[in-house]
Design a binder for this molecule. Structure first.
Ligand SMILES: [Zn+2]
Length: 243
């Protein structure tokens, strides 16, 4: 596939906004793509909906301490990928539901950031790689974010208080890229950025266990058409062009 055929062959630098549930989701789901985009000169920012305050088996650590730790880890991981800005909405981890409050908060972020391209995850994906259960927060984050993109961010009478009281103009997101997709329609070659993704994941120290074991698992996840001598790595998305 030539560069001209790649789905991210944009003419101009893009504003890319990533909205996902937990610290570490961006790196695990699409860290190679995010590294590819920052190195190509695109502006990437994150909004994490929770601070991951339940992601531990450590009986000693308090949720608020874990929250602070995971936010620090996320900032360090984002820096490895060249991400420009990280925001946290601090919803409680594990209890995320796609209600109107969450949809309004995400609509506010979209209108403030005015992204060209928005990254979230697939709310319909109940199983990961036919082997694992997908986290309910991931599905809730994807559902609330897609519902905020359309129609809430687009139409000024949706959450009218955002326009009337906060002067936030409606915004049309041009493209949505849904990570962890049940039915992908694009793939990106991120071979050159796979080691950067792994390096970023190493920053999530509280989450990854033995770093070298993780690296080994990820290096083994090469695409079916590559060879052990020349491994190729891809990340999959459902790409929707809306604007
Ligand atoms: Zn997660």
């Amino acid at each position: 596939m030539s560069d001209a055929d790649t789905p991210d062959n944009w003419d101009e630098p893009q504003k890319i906004l990533v909205i996902l549930a937990h610290p570490d989701d961006p790196e695990f789901f699409c860290g190679g793509s995010l590294a590819r985009w920052t190195s190509a000169g695109h502006h990437v920012s994150y909004c994490l909906l929770t601070c991951g305050d339940k992601g531990t088996r450590d009986r000693e650590i308090a949720p608020e301490s874990l929250c602070a730790l995971r936010q620090d880890e996320q900032l360090a991981a984002a820096a490895v990928l060249g991400v420009h800005q990280v925001r946290f909405l601090d919803y409680p981890d594990g209890y995320l539901v796609p209600d109107l409050k969450l949809r309004r908060d995400i609509t506010r972020i979209i209108r403030q950031e005015q992204p060209d391209v928005l990254i979230t995850c697939d709310p319909t994906n109940l199983y990961v790689r036919d082997a694992l259960l997908n986290h309910p927060d991931h599905r809730a984050a994807g559902q609330a974010t897609l519902d905020a993109v359309f129609p809430a961010a687009r139409d000024h009478l949706n959450f009218i208080e955002l326009w009337r009281d906060e002067s936030l103009e409606p915004h049309i997101v041009r493209e949505v890229w849904v990570s962890l997709p049940k039915e992908p329609n694009v793939q990106l070659d991120v071979t050159e950025h796979w080691e950067t993704k792994i390096k970023a994941l190493f920053e999530h120290k509280s989450q990854i266990g033995e770093p070298e074991a993780l690296a080994e698992r990820l290096r083994a996840r090469h695409s079916p058409d590559s060879t052990p001598e020349n491994p190729r790595y891809v990340e999959y998305f459902k790409r929707l062009i809306l604007g």
